[in-house]
Ligand binder design. Structure first.
Ligand code: ADP
Ligand code: MG
Length: 237
């Protein structure tokens, strides 16, 4: 039995700017990611991690080569195709981007409202259940300003996962957190990914997170660590 990759990248190049200022940011990237994989991407600042992640998340349009997400070609994709794909992906960023004027529960619920098929379900109950899962059931009615950094990031995880996305992208999700919160956040993401069977792509240059990943790698075969340098993907390991 052969499984199709959930993301397949072939000979992908990417450029910023035009004319004299055109600068190549990604060089001949090749990568296959399978359902249930947990891929940790690391490498120095400016090496192209965010650029590659945003392409793999349909957040910007691929220019050259091939990039397939859920079997759809994203190279020169239309805005409509990108929007369609994004509905199936959960995003977690360094700055959690919660709405300050909505409570924790309302923030999580908002993400459900984007899914038409959810509109006739009890979205409040679902949002609350998800907050319970991330250990914040007792903070459902708090506004972000009254939550700690780690708690806000857990709300962001609840928001990203509630639509049961097939793919979750996280760009430096622990950068603003202390050691313990950072560890908790990553372990929580791993646990939820395993329960929901989703694929995780996580960018970090946080050594504490890499330690967890190296530990986890011994336990979970689907864990991979990949390394970017100067816009190129180096060998795994
Ligand atoms: P990383 O996430 O590894 O720090 P990035 O993907 O953000 O790296 O950046 C890779 C390279 O592309 C850097 O040289 C950066 O300056 C350049 N770059 C990133 N985004 C843009 C942009 N919007 N416009 C121009 N250059 C960019
Ligand atoms: Mg970056």
């Amino acid at each position: 039995m052969s499984t199709q990759p959930i993301i397949s990248v072939q000979n992908l190049n990417h450029y910023f700017g035009s004319g004299e200022l055109r600068k190549q940011a990604l060089f001949d990237i090749n990568l296959e990611i399978y359902p249930g994989d947990i891929v940790i991407m690391t490498g120095p600042s400016g090496s192209g991690k965010t650029t590659l992640l945003s392409l793999m998340g349909g957040l910007r349009s691929a220019q050259e080569g091939s990039l397939k997400i859920l079997s759809e070609e994203m190279c020169k994709a239309t805005k409509k195709q990108l929007t369609q794909i994004r509905r199936q992906i959960g995003y977690i960023f360094q700055a959690h981007n919660l709405m300050t004027f909505l409570t924790a529960k309302e923030n999580v619920r908002m993400s459900l409202e984007l899914h038409d098929e959810m509109l006739n379900q009890d979205m409040d109950a679902k949002a609350l259940a998800m907050l319970n899962t991330v250990g914040l059931g007792n903070r459902a009615n708090y506004y972000p300003e009254n939550l700690s950094g780690g708690q806000r990031q857990r709300v962001a995880i609840a928001r990203a996962l509630i639509g049961q996305p097939k793919i979750v992208l996280a760009d430096e999700p622990t950068a603003a957190l202390d050691k313990k919160s950072g560890r908790d956040v990553v372990e929580l993401m791993q646990k939820l990914a395993k329960e929901q069977g989703c694929t995780i792509l996580l960018v970090t240059h946080d050594n504490r997170i890499l330690d967890i990943a190296v530990d986890a790698k011994r336990l979970v075969a689907r864990h991979r660590i990949i390394y970017m340098e100067d816009g190129q993907l180096k060998d795994e390991g």
